[in-house]
Each structure stands twice: as structure tokens, then as C-alpha cells.
Design a protein around this ligand. Structure first.
Ligand code: URA
Ligand code: CA
Length: 433
């Protein structure tokens, strides 16, 4: 087989066979196919697209390009959750103990990643003593014992995706639905879960800016998941403004604990219950999402969700007293209120701008080498649709820097106030099955 012929075939709009796709992925991962041929194929895919079958073949080839996690020693149906990324998206911290409290095993391998705040792993490390470095055996034992463990990514997962993503990033071929969907799903398949719930965000703070794009990506991923033999469901949710009120690592841990106690922000609770009930149904612990939601709501009311969180934290070496004593979490030296300059209704809190502001405070990594400050971030007191009086705080900046004029200026440009009443944005647009 020649790579030239594969490129030509896709350029002319024909579907590639499984053998051709395997040849490309194997050859590219091993360095036998050069970057210039791989980028030509990506560009051909960008313009010609891929059939459902081609997408499944590409995803499977990438999923098997490196290690594949074996979770078969965990009892029950393992359900994984993936978010396409947003600002202040605290849901995994809430979902993990919540879903585990309903008896569904939550075995999560998570990365640090780049972005506005740290990833789930970074956030958990804000809890004193908490360790994500677990041996594979201990990871599996903990999930069997407590239904829940989170481990940092190790090993060599989906090297084909890493290499290809780097290439797409510099050849203007990121924004292709088949390439994005197969990239995300290959990592989910390699992580070993039996069923997958996807939270596809839409809005300013999301990868997919419009709802139509988000739906298209969600449908592509659900179809790949099914084609690869995993039950897959996608929820399309709003990311025009940050989710919940806290954006920042320790701040989000606190917010997650409050939510597990039933005292958290409404939108974070709603989305967690929506995603969580889908996971409980896929995990076989309820026959309808209504029944699943009832179980989860009960476990928040009766303290079981919080108890599961404490057990999880303790099992991974963390100080579980944080559940009752937030002063154990790292705190920033300065808390600076950001005041409304006029009275009116909040019409816009642009998610990605708020996220960038949090990153400027040190809450996230700009490059792989940057270090992050777990204590800093932003807490919103108002959300879109709320009324604010002149001089009232819209948010509080938690910072260790004295000089934050640049951040304040960015925030001033990201928040709008108007005289006419504003409706809060719809949080959950659609569920795709
Ligand atoms: N996220 C991924 O993991 N892959 C893509 O291609 C785009 C976003
Ligand atoms: Ca949040």
C-alpha cells in the first residue's frame, strides 16, 4: 500500500477502507509516514469528510495505537464521563462521588492539561495530602471497595492522537468534525470504560461556539461510540457563561463540596444531576433517568454523596475534614471585590474571557511548563439574568498578586449590564442518544 494512493483516494471524495486507515495510523505513529503526507490526508479529510464507518475505523486505530486500559477486574458497568471543556466546569468533582454513591463504579483516569484552570487532577490536589499517583492494582482495588478512584494519566495512551493533534494544530485542520470526534473518542475507548456520557459544551467558553456545531460533534461522537460497541450518550450544555460560581482549583473543590451538600449553585447541581442520572441508567442502577435522578437527589439529602466524597478523599491520602472545614484548602492572600459601575441586569459574562482572567491570576497553565497556583481564581456573585445595584460586587477576585489592573480591565470588558430584564440562558439544550 502507498500513502500517496490513500491521500489521492480521499482527495477525490472516496471512502477509505479499514486497511487503508490502519495503514495510515500505524505508519504515522511509527514514523514511517512523514508529516507532509499525514497533513495532506488531514486536509483531504477536512474537505471531503468521512463516513460513519471510516470514523469508527479511525477511532479504533488511534485507540489501539498505544496502551489500552483494562478495567475488566472492576465489578459492574464502568461509566466514564467526558466534557469537551469549559470554564469553571466543576462537574467531575461533583459527579464522581455522586454517581459512586448510587453504586456505579467511577474509575477515572485524568490529565492535567492546559487551560483556564487546572484539570480534575490539579483540582483534587488542592486537598491537603491527596495523591493521584496510584498503582494500577490499588486503583482497581479502590474502585471495587469504594466505587470510586481517580488516577493521574500514566503510560502511553493514544500516541497516534497526540502526534496527529500536534500536526493538525499547525496545519489548520483542527476544526474537522470527523477528526475532532475520533480524537476525543479514541482517548475514551483507550481509557477502558463500558459506557460513556459526553458533556458537549456550546457558547463563548466552549470549543464549539454554536449549538448546531455542538450537536453535530455530539452526534458524530455518539455514533462512533456505538459503532465501537460502547453505550454512548451526549448532553449539549451551555457554556456562554461559566458554570457555577467558582473558577479556580481550590475554589472549585469548595463549590463541589457545597453542591454535594445541596448548597451549591443551581446550574452546577442541575447539570450534575442530568449527567449523573444518564450515568446511573447506563450503569444499570436505574431503569429511567427519572428514577436515577431521584436516587441522586436522595443521596444529596441524606448525606450519602458527601460521605462517599470523604471516603474517596481519605482512601487517596487526603484530609477528608475539608468536607466540613474549608479553611484547610489553600487560600489566596487577597480577596478583591469587582464592583458594578451601574445598576441593571447582567446580560453577559463571557465565559472564555473570565477563564482567561482566571489564568492570568495563575489558576491555569498557559504552557505545559507553567506552574499553577491552586488558591487563586474568581467567584461570581451574579450570573446572567441577575439584577445588580451600582457599587455591589459582581464577583470577587482571589489573588496573590498585588498588580491586577490588567485582569480588572479584562473583566470589565467581559461583563455587560443592561436596563431591560434578561433571561438566564438555557442550561441543557438537548440529549443525544
Ligand atoms: N479535543 C481533542 O481531544 N481533540 C480534538 O481534535 C479537539 C479537541
Ligand atoms: Ca464552577
Amino acid at each position: 500500500m502507498r500513502m500517496y494512493d490513500v491521500i489521492e483516494k480521499k482527495r477525490d471524495g472516496f471512502a477509505l477502507t479499514r486497511e487503508e486507515i490502519d495503514f495510515f495510523i500505524k505508519g504515522y505513529t511509527e514514523g514511517d509516514i512523514p508529516d507532509y503526507q499525514a497533513s495532506a490526508l488531514c486536509m483531504a479529510i477536512y474537505f471531503q469528510g468521512m463516513t460513519e464507518e471510516e470514523r469508527v475505523y479511525l477511532t479504533l486505530a488511534m485507540a489501539h495505537s498505544g496502551d489500552v486500559i483494562d478495567l475488566s477486574n472492576i465489578e459492574g458497568i464502568k461509566v466514564d464521563k467526558h466534557s469537551t471543556g469549559g470554564v469553571g466546569d466543576t462537574t467531575t468533582l461533583v459527579l464522581a462521588p455522586l454517581v459512586a454513591s448510587a453504586g456505579v463504579p467511577f474509575a477515572k483516569m485524568s490529565g492535567r492539561g492546559l487551560g483556564h484552570t487546572g484539570g480534575t487532577i490539579d483540582k483534587l490536589e488542592a486537598i491537603p495530602g491527596f495523591s493521584v499517583e496510584l498503582q494500577q492494582d490499588d486503583f482497581i482495588r479502590l474502585v471495587n471497595e469504594n466505587k470510586l478512584a481517580v488516577v493521574g494519566q500514566s503510560g502511553n495512551l493514544t500516541p497516534a492522537d497526540k502526534k496527529l493533534y500536534g500536526l493538525r494544530d499547525v496545519t489548520a485542520t483542527i476544526s474537522s468534525i470527523p477528526l475532532i470526534a475520533s480524537s476525543i473518542m479514541s482517548k475514551k475507548l483507550a481509557a477502558g470504560a463500558d459506557a460513556i456520557v459526553l458533556d458537549v459544551k456550546t457558547g463563548a467558553g466552549a470549543f464549539m461556539k454554536t449549538k448546531d456545531e455542538a450537536v453535530e460533534l455530539a452526534e458524530a461522537m455518539v455514533s462512533i461510540g456505538k459503532g465501537a460497541g460502547r453505550k454512548t450518550i451526549a448532553v449539549i450544555s451551555d457554556m456562554s457563561q461559566p458554570l457555577g460560581r467558582a473558577i479556580g482549583n481550590a475554589l472549585e473543590v469548595k463549590e463541589a463540596i457545597q453542591t454535594l451538600k445541596g448548597e451549591g449553585p443551581e446550574d452546577l447541581l442541575d447539570l450534575s444531576l442530568e449527567l449523573g442520572s444518564q450515568m446511573v441508567v447506563l450503569g444499570g442502577k436505574a431503569s429511567s433517568t427519572k428514577e436515577a435522578r431521584d436516587i441522586l437527589e436522595q443521596n444529596i439529602d441524606n448525606g450519602k454523596a458527601l460521605e462517599t466524597f470523604r471516603t474517596f478523599v481519605k482512601a487517596q491520602g487526603g484530609d477528608d475534614r475539608v468536607a466540613e472545614d474549608f479553611s484547610l484548602l489553600p487560600a489566596a492572600n487577597h480577596q478583591i471585590p469587582f464592583l458594578a459601575r451601574e445598576s441593571g441586569y447582567i446580560s453577559e459574562i463571557i465565559a472564555d474571557e473570565i477563564g482567561t482572567s482566571a489564568m492570568m491570576l495563575g489558576a491555569g497553565r498557559a504552557t505545559k511548563e507553567s506552574s499553577i497556583d491552586l488558591s487563586v481564581g474568581i467567584v461570581l456573585h451574579k450570573k446572567v439574568g441577575d439584577y445588580v445595584k451600582e457599587g455591589e460586587p459582581i464577583l470577587t477576585i482571589h489573588t496573590n498578586q498585588k498588580e491586577i489592573d490588567e485582569v480588572k480591565e479584562k473583566l470589565a470588558h467581559s461583563i455587560s449590564v443592561q436596563q431591560e430584564q434578561v433571561k438566564a440562558p438555557v442550561l441543557i439544550h438537548e440529549v443525544i442518544t
